[in-house]
Ligand binder design. Structure first.
Ligand code: TYD
Length: 211
């Protein structure tokens, strides 16, 4: 049996890392994942060795000349293609579970709604890079843009985070629209850690039940 593929999306500072850690601790302690299978935690960009190089090209602020928007889009697509081939497909084919910090939704939100690149072009690249692999469930951790800025005040911004409030507001709108269109599970990420985890847990239990 194929393993499950779970994705977390959200604007910067939405707490994806914390939630992924909480969820994986809980999952490992349950019997939801079959006895001989594992849980693999991964991310985009940078889920593979090659992807780590691509990530630094994309996010480095000291780079002499930033990639133009289409180059940026192609680099995210290249990272995803490698990630799908090297990690996601082989893992779920073994029956193992994957949790990915970001996937296709981030490209639609950041490069589509943020950079205003053509959505159909992005969707075509998505088809190529994913080979038709889609998450079993996507969680959108939803926080107001002001909260994202507040939470990151003492953190050094990467190249994308430096884009500022208007860009981030467009990205946030993109995520909200996508969560409706693609039937993601939207979770208010300003609630307590415990409340957020319990919403995620019930969705995962539902996913297993519907199988
Ligand atoms: P992330 O790893 O979530 O940042 P951090 O480690 O700071 O939490 O994501 C890196 C950045 O890349 C983030 O600002 C969003 C951006 N991004 C895109 O613009 N397009 C994409 O397709 C992906 C996957 C990420």
């Amino acid at each position: 049996m194929k393993g499950k593929f779970i994705v977390f999306e959200g604007i910067d500072g939405s707490g994806k890392t914390t939630q992924i850690n909480q969820l994986s601790e809980w999952l490992i302690g349950t019997d939801l994942i079959p006895e001989n299978n594992q849980l693999v935690i991964t991310r985009e960009p940078g889920g593979t060795k090659l992807g780590k190089h691509i990530r630094s090209l994309l996010l480095n602020t000291s780079i002499e000349k930033s990639p133009d928007p289409i180059t940026e889009l192609l680099l995210y697509a290249a990272d995803r293609s490698q990630h799908v081939n090297e990690i996601i497909i082989p893992t779920i084919n073994k029956g193992d579970w994957v949790i990915s910090d970001r996937f296709c939704g981030s490209t639609l939100a950041y490069q589509g709604y943020g950079r205003k690149l053509d959505i159909n072009l992005i969707k075509n690249l998505e088809t190529i890079a994913t080979q038709g692999i889609y998450p079993d469930v996507t969680f959108l951790l939803d926080i107001p843009v002001e909260e994202s800025i507040k939470r990151r005040i003492n953190r050094k911004d990467d190249r994308i985070e430096k884009e500022g409030k208007e860009f981030l507001s467009n990205v946030a709108l993109g995520f909200k629209t996508l969560s409706k269109d693609r039937k993601w599970k939207k979770i208010s990420a300003i609630n307590s850690k415990e409340k957020i985890l319990s919403e995620i847990q019930s969705e995962i239990k539902q996913l297993i039940k519907n199988k």
